[in-house]
Design a protein around this ligand. Structure first.
Ligand code: 2IT
Length: 444
């Protein structure tokens, strides 16, 4: 690592002790943009890097609620408003016991560059809570969402900060959150995305992250002279993102043989298709956070306590959570013939896995591959602003176009010889636009 980078990261770590996930996300970006930064004295003079790693605002609050037995529960709520240089803060809410300030700072930081890559005017933010939806009743989830929004509502707005879903926050939770916001503000506005179709949501938003990821894979394959038809995929996770990706892979003639949960993974040699894909939605709605019931329902294999990366496939699409692919997993994938990894979870691969995969095969990072989700959130905001609903063909057409533009940006900034370094391309492409906007707006 270059001495300057090391010095920068050491100073960051001293200022933000223990924020491991945040440090990991910053290190990847700083390593990618360092040379661009060194060549631009205006960036340096304006201390763009020092400013860009500091959230504009961080809100941490108590979320008290009453469970079904009448007992008081207390969780912690967060909203990290990271960067508003190119638009209102935009990014999801995560409800999961692993949520910490460090996790949300890494996510908000990533979101800033991801949103920049989408070409739409959205800044970066992320929020959530250490609340675990697992095993909770719908009423408990509603009471939690209402309490969470009773504080959050004063910090957000359609031109200020527009949250959406992430892990543990889907259509049901967005509904409860939106209802409480509307009640408190007495305003029906596009303050959240991922809304239901009948009340301001956008067609294709539920599918968008998965669809966008597969469109991105199509472009990656094109540059290699290959196509999706006939390829075998391993997918991790079983939520909304995995569901969308699996739908699109099937449509394009690929075969998906795995999904996974915290309990282990499913291997379905016949392919996860047809009614099996819709079953994923039932699994998620059950609030149990396990995939094993799939094996019982469809007679597939369940491998307890393991990750799907030990299976032989052509292409791997991690769709679950951060650091779900480590160096050992990455080596196993490559050894078994995998030639492309499209990271669809945010920071789904450890730093070592990213370095290894980038050298060994073709790898693209989450902030490029999974940007279709937030891109369609941006389109939902546009539709809300003009009080219109676009047909699904139109939304899908924009999504296609945006994923192609993100791929083009990665190629523009990341191509050396005949190989594309998608990590470098995405980081520089996302960074330059935000940095230039910060420069133009002065020291704020
Ligand atoms: O990580 C992400 O991009 C999301 N969870 C979606 C964010 C959004 O605002 O739609």
């Amino acid at each position: 690592m270059k001495a300057g980078i090391n010095e920068f990261l050491e100073a960051l770590k001293a200022r933000t002790p223990g924020e491991r996930e945040f440090h990991q996300a910053v290190q990847e970006v700083v390593e990618s943009v360092w040379d661009v930064y060194q060549k631009n004295p205006r960036y340096q003079k304006a201390k763009i890097l020092e400013r860009i790693v500091e959230p504009e605002r961080t809100i941490i609050f108590r979320v008290p609620w009453i469970d079904d037995r009448g007992e008081v529960q207390v969780n912690r709520g967060f909203r990290v408003e990271f960067n508003s240089a190119i638009g209102p803060y935009k990014g999801g809410l995560r409800f999961h016991p692993t949520v910490t300030l460090s996790v949300l700072k890494f996510l908000g930081f990533e979101q800033t560059f991801k949103n920049s890559l989408t070409t739409l005017p959205m800044g970066g933010g992320k929020g959530g809570s250490d609340f675990s939806p697992k095993g909770k009743s719908d009423n408990e989830i509603m009471r939690f969402c209402q309490s969470f929004m009773s504080e959050l509502y004063r910090h957000i707005g359609p031109n200020t900060d527009v949250p959406a879903g992430d892990i543990g926050v889907g259509g049901r939770e967005i509904g409860f959150l939106f209802g409480q916001y509307k009640r408190l503000r007495n305003e029906f506005t596009g303050v959240l995305t991922g809304k239901g179709i009948g009340w301001g949501g956008s067609l294709i938003r539920p599918e968008a992250t998965g669809f966008g990821s597969v469109y991105f894979v199509q472009h990656m394959l094109n540059t290699l002279g290959k196509e999706i038809e006939g390829k075998t995929f391993s997918v991790s996770g079983f939520g909304n993102v995995a569901w969308g990706a699996i739908l699109k892979i099937n449509e394009l003639g690929g075969k998906v043989v795995t999904i996974s949960g915290p309990d282990g993974y499913i291997y379905d040699a016949d392919g996860i298709k047809g009614e099996k894909v819709n079953y994923l939605l039932e699994l998620r709605a059950s609030n149990n956070d396990i995939v094993q019931p799939y094996a019982e329902e469809f007679g597939a294999q369940f491998i307890a306590g393991k990750k799907p990366w030990e299976c032989a496939v052509d292409i791997a699409i991690p769709c679950a959570t951060e650091n779900e692919v480590n160096l050992e997993d990455a080596k196993m994938l490559v050894k078994n013939g995998c030639f492309l990894v499209a990271e669809t979870s945010n920071m789904g691969c450890t730093a070592e896995a990213v370095t290894y995969l980038t050298e060994a095969i073709t790898f693209a990072p989450g902030k490029a591959v999974n940007a279709g989700g937030v891109a369609v959130s941006g389109l939902e905001m546009s539709q809300n602003s003009i009080r219109m609903n676009w047909p699904k063909e139109e939304v899908d057409m924009y999504l296609h176009r945006i994923m192609k533009e993100i791929h083009d940006t990665c190629v523009k900034y990341g191509k050396t010889g005949n190989k594309v370094n998608y990590v470098v391309g995405a980081n520089i492409g996302g960074f330059v636009k935000v940095a230039d906007a910060m420069l133009a707006q002065g020291v704020v």
